[in-house]
Design a protein around this ligand. Sequence first.
Ligand code: G3P
Ligand code: CA
Length: 277
Amino acid sequence: MKKTLLGAGFALTLFLSPFQQAFAAETTGELRKFDNVAHRGASGYAPENTIAAFDKALDMKADYIEIDVQRSKDGKLVIIHDTTVDRTTDGTGRVKDLTFEQLRNLDAGSFKGEQFAGEKIPSFEEVLDRYHGKIGILIEMKAPELYPGIEDEVAQQLKARNLDKPQNNKIIIQSFNFDTVKKMNDLLPKVPMGVLTSSTTHTTDQALKEFATYADYFNPSYGIVTKELVDKVHAHGMKISSWTVRSREAAQFLIDMKVDAIITDYPDYVDPRMGVK
Ligand code: G3P
Ligand code: CA
């Protein structure tokens, strides 16, 4: 195992509301065993990767928000999923070719509904400052191969806020780019790391053994999740978070598979009571 994993059991109780604690105690005496991660915020209900979606996740009592980090032409870290602004804003072009000011002037809300008109592409700093300490942050390094040096910049922002310390267990970093995960692990050895994949070529014992040398989480798409895989990932000393849940059935499936975290567009589809048998 790479390093100390996120606390379970008692540590989890600290993040439960009094109602949730009472409920958990009342039903079986057992606590839920999985985290609820709002994918790009509560993106089923509000425009993904915006303050509206992150606030909604907070309101819905998700454990974490998941965010996608990229970089503007003039070097500002920004939160957006696609490598172009075309799908989620009223602009066009690649994120890396637009300045922060150009990105900020785009409407990142209307694509989800007119009531969200005027939502902005957030900066990474803004999201860290607004949410750290209030909700966990699962930081995806999105397409880091397009942004040389972005690993150092993300690490700097976290260090500047003391979010790289061992006692902090509510920041996790993940990427589909395994070299970037390795680099981040070297830069921030106390921060939990995750590898993302949707490929079964990454589920062999050999692959999992290698991932476990630098990652704490193996985070597959739910289409490749089986109980055998969950057991294998645990046997290699890692946790497993799976994505992207967009139905109650998919949530129940992953709970039954006993994953450690569920990454969902709909935080309300992931109910702690679903894990109580
Ligand atoms: O957190 C997992 C998930 O975000 C990975 O896929 O494409 O939604 O960034 P994607
Ligand atoms: Ca993502």
